[in-house]
Design a protein around this ligand. Structure first.
Ligand code: RIB
Ligand code: CA
Length: 299
């Protein structure tokens, strides 16, 4: 399965990257980064550092977006909990160009996984009128359809950060699967995951064990429980078939261009498959997949 990942590497994006890399049947063809949890430039540096620890070489392109700041308390000053990662060199192509070129080179085979705001995807659609017909599927972590949002009563961060871009993505005519807070807030790790990753002891899992505690701190402060929701890893796991939807209707769906609300509307011209439930226990499945990854050992 050939994947283009678009992300704002962030702490849960880092976990999602590990899920994708751990799957032997997945080829990560390229990564584009977008303004969101941190700047697209910083997200690219974070992604390159994680790829280095995973022993992988994948083109990473910087994209654009709308950097609003304000996520430092959730993802840390550098987007990955303040943890220093190895360096790397970005691909010179802008992220939208990388996506367009990969889709053109692999028509009907490229699956897009978007874990941040949709700015790069919308820019790529504007760059190439044939993009939507070339892409096999699009999985977007974002939205809050039947539950409250996390940036306002109705809006979720990825969608609200660039609502016009999200509206363009939903309206593009390619097969969109939306993985909203309705599902991801219930896919969780408790604090035992930190210890499990630390005990694994390889450079990538050790780094993840150092990156995620800040995320636990934020959510413990917010909810009183030391657990984290697995927003991006859940979307990545669904995209590659690690998780199977048990309730995923195709709905008429509108994105309010000003508020970023994702509104269920049977009369809407735009439609998306919305995953509300998955089979089994997503948290343990995601952790087991990362721990089973073929990562380089400590030197
Ligand atoms: O609302 C959760 C989403 O916003 C996740 O993708 C998280 O990484 C942030 O980008
Ligand atoms: Ca993200």
């Amino acid at each position: 399965m050939l994947i283009y990942l678009d992300c704002d590497t962030g702490i849960d994006d880092a976990l999602a990257l590990a899920v994708l890399l751990a799957r032997p049947d997945v080829t990560l063809a390229g990564v584009g980064t977008v303004d969101g949890n941190t700047t697209a430039v910083q997200a690219a540096a974070n992604t390159l550092g994680l790829l280095a620890l995973a022993g992988r070489s994948v083109p990473v392109s910087v994209g654009g977006g709308v950097f609003l700041g304000g996520s430092e308390t959730v993802h840390g000053s550098n987007g990955v909990g303040g943890v220093s990662l190895p360096g790397g060199s970005v691909d010179p192509r802008p992220a939208p160009s990388l996506l367009v070129s990969l889709a053109a080179a692999h028509p009907g085979e490229l699956h897009v996984v978007a874990l941040g705001p949709c700015s790069n995807l919308a820019a790529a659609l504007a760059l190439s009128p044939s993009l939507a017909s070339q892409v096999a599927s699009v999985t977007v972590m974002g939205g809050a359809v039947r539950v409250p949002g996390n940036v306002s009563g109705r809006a979720e961060f990825n969608i609200a950060n660039d609502a016009p871009a999200a509206a363009a993505v939903v309206a593009a005519g390619w097969p969109v699967t939306l993985v909203p807070l309705d599902l991801t807030m219930g896919c969780r790790w408790d604090a035992s995951a930190i210890a499990a990753l630390a005990a694994d002891g390889r450079p990538l899992t050790t780094a993840l064990s150092q990156i995620i505690p800040l995320y636990y701190d934020f959510y413990e402060e917010e909810s009183g429980v030391r657990e984290i929701p697995l927003h991006d890893p859940t979307a990545a796991a669904l995209a590659v078939g690690l998780l199977t939807p048990s309730d995923a209707p195709v709905l008429g769906l509108r994105v309010d261009p000003s508020s970023g609300a994702t509104i269920e509307d049977p009369s809407a011209a735009t439609r998306a498959r919305v995953v509300f439930e998955v089979e089994g226990r997503p948290g343990p499945a995601i952790l087991e997949t990362i721990l089973a990854g073929d990562w380089p050992p400590s030197t």
